[in-house]
Write a protein that binds this ligand. Structure first.
Ligand SMILES: [Fe+2]
Ligand SMILES: [Fe+2]
Length: 306
């Protein structure tokens, strides 16, 4: 049997599942929760407490899991649940959306499904006081591209809402671009865990192609808007031509682009320095003054802890 990993934060301890769950012990996948048995959510809770991050499901249950994930996002509106628990669902769902994004956006149906997931996280961020703070405290420092992308989506949507951007399609474009902006990194053949500050010239030259590569993966899809492609292509442009690939002046680009680029750079810097996104605001503000619009930086600082 083939298995796929699922993030434990997406599994709700209070609700039965309709797929089998396995835990990996050494090289073996051991049956942990059987869908035919009475559901024992305490077992999931106790694994969470022990710091286990991933469990496994059979590959042929993936669709059941994706449906379960979508219904989990409906719990973000459930005021009976603690906001901390809802923030974990939001965050782990975004990481899963990011992991699956490239595969899902191959079809219009998958693309719309991903938009639906983003919309529910957006509703949570805009309707619950403290949602952003809780999401960041549950995510901590991003360890890989998917966690980074999830943080970028949450930060960007939150900041966009603060800026008064309300148009649904604009917000969905921003969310989709956030999920996929670094999707061109994996195929570059370089170790993406090396921060760019430590790359040699050859590595850096290759690395600077990642925006274009990600945009190319989507450009033949008729349902992907031009705005999404532009957002991805320009996501590393900063300051007055201090970024790449085209050394554009960020102040001349649309507000959503400025939001994405700021949030992307913020989360990237957090990973490089190992400082949690909840605690890096002051330092970032000082170091990146001049790279981003001052008013936007101020709003961003406020939006993190709101
Ligand atoms: Fe990037
Ligand atoms: Fe990024």
């Amino acid at each position: 049997m083939h298995y796929i990993p699922v993030r434990i934060g997406t599994l709700r301890a209070w609700e039965a599942v309709n797929f089998d769950i396995f835990i990996k012990i050494g090289e073996r996948h051991v049956h942990y929760i059987k869908k035919s048995d009475p559901f024992d959510g305490d077992r999931i809770q106790s694994l969470k407490t022990k710091g286990v991050k991933k469990l496994f499901i059979p590959m042929d249950s993936e669709n059941d899991y994706l449906n379960y994930l979508d219904s989990g996002l409906d719990h973000l509106k459930n005021a009976d649940l603690k906001i901390e628990d809802r923030a974990i669902i939001a965050k782990d769902s975004l990481v899963t959306s990011s992991e699956n994004a490239l595969k899902n956006v191959q079809t219009e149906r998958g693309y719309k499904r991903t938009e639906g997931q983003i919309q529910k996280v957006l509703d949570f961020l805009t309707s619950e006081q403290g949602a952003m703070r809780q999401i960041l405290s549950s995510s901590g420092v991003a360890q890989d591209t998917y966690q980074h992308s999830a943080n970028v989506v949450a930060l960007s949507l939150n900041l966009a809402a603060r800026c008064g951007i309300k148009e649904t399609q604009t917000l969905m474009n921003l969310g989709l671009a956030g999920l996929l902006h670094d999707a061109g990194k994996e195929e570059l053949g370089i170790d993406t865990s090396i921060p760019r500050e430590k790359m040699d010239l050859a590595q850096l030259t290759l690395y600077q192609q990642h925006c274009q590569r990600a945009a190319e993966k989507l450009q033949d899809k008729p349902y992907v808007t031009k705005q999404v492609l532009e957002l991805i292509l320009n996501h590393e442009e900063v300051g007055e031509g201090a970024g790449f690939p085209s050394k554009k002046r960020l102040s001349t680009l649309p507000k959503t682009q400025q939001i994405l680029n700021l949030c992307n750079e913020y989360d990237r810097v957090c990973t490089v320095s190992g400082v949690s996104p909840l605690d890096a605001v002051k330092q970032f503000y000082v170091e990146k003054l001049g790279m981003f619009d001052l008013e936007l930086l101020k709003l961003f600082s406020e939006s993190i802890r709101a």
